[in-house]
Write a protein that binds this ligand. Structure first.
Ligand SMILES: [Zn+2]
Length: 312
């Protein structure tokens, strides 16, 4: 894994479609995660492609090995099978990729507090200081990045609005942006299907693909499931966990009947959806669920569907 000759160059045209399921073992899988995994599964399978499983346990403080077994069980229970498991992130060496990007990187000594005080977006303060230690950042070239999402269509986003991305923290931990691009490159992933929370970050990752001199994968972003007021699902949505639904007597078929319409996909079962899968017909979302523990929040229409589905 350490010699640069081990890093494969990819030729899309001659390669089988390869997608991936990339769970982070930091919590139980819920219906929101499953929407993205279902889209990834349907996309790869509908093209007779391969599907990889990759455990994204980069962040050692959040990764919980005990959760992994439950996540695998949930995926298999729902029929979201994979062909091969690739090395988990903690078992990977990102040195080669970091080295490969070295003419585009620089060290930064700014603290989070300093960046926050300056408005939150890193303004490139240390770009030309020639520092020899600190946080490793990627020097974004100027300008917007155009890419096509298979559901959202043509997108044009300036990654500069996020500031020069961190590739490696000062404690040595690699960043999600670096790891995910490096992993998809090494795993020869040809299509990335994930939640729409990462849609705009695609522009940042496109810059990293470009700097690696490798053809990027295709992109498909699945609708997010959010709580009341558009907020991210939290612990108060534990009732949406696959394990909780299973414990409450749900069968996989019932899960699919519930969430395929959320995704805007035709069919009542996973097999139907596979037959009929058209990524451009997927809805963009977000899918808003009422906070189940707070009845004071007025329920939009989709929340009512969720409540109906919960009823015995
Ligand atoms: Zn700095």
């Amino acid at each position: 894994m350490s010699a640069s000759s081990d890093v494969p160059f990819r030729e899309h045209q001659s390669m089988q479609v390869t997608g991936r399921l990339a769970p982070t073992p930091s919590g139980q899988l819920h219906l929101g995660n499953i929407c993205a995994f279902a889209a990834a599964w349907l996309s790869a399978r509908s093209q007779q492609g391969r599907l990889l499983l990759r455990i994204e346990d980069l962040d050692t403080t959040r990764a919980r090995p005990a959760v992994e077994a439950d996540q695998r069980h949930d995926l298999e229970w729902l029929g979201l099978t994979w062909d091969v498991e690739t090395p988990r992130q903690q078992a990977r060496d990102y040195e080669v990729v970091r080295e490969r990007l070295s003419d585009r990187t620089y060290f930064c000594r700014c603290t989070r507090a300093q960046i926050r005080a300056g408005g939150g977006t890193y303004p490139g303060t240390c770009r030309d200081l020639g520092l020899t230690a600190g946080t490793l950042r990627f020097r974004l070239p100027p300008g917007a990045v155009a890419f096509r999402d298979r559901c959202w269509g043509e997108r044009r986003i300036d990654p500069g609005r996020f500031g020069d991305p961190v590739l490696q923290r000062r404690d040595g931990i690699y960043s999600y942006n670096l790891a995910v691009v490096a992993d998809d490159w090494r795993d020869r992933v040809t299509e990335v299907v994930r939640g729409a929370d990462l849609l705009d970050f695609t522009a940042v990752q496109m810059r990293l693909w470009e700097a690696l001199g490798a053809p990027p994968p295709t992109w498909l972003h699945a609708p997010l499931v959010v709580g009341a007021n558009g907020c991210k699902l939290s612990k108060s949505h534990n009732g949406l966990a696959i394990a909780a639904l299973r414990a409450a007597g749900w069968e996989p078929a019932r899960v699919w009947q519930l969430i395929l319409p959320w995704l805007g996909l035709a069919g009542e079962s996973l097999a139907d959806a596979l037959e009929l899968f058209q990524p451009e017909q997927m809805r963009r979302g977000p899918i808003v669920l009422v906070d189940l523990v707070d009845d004071r929040v007025p329920a939009p229409q989709e929340d009512m569907r969720w409540r109906d589905a919960l009823a015995p």
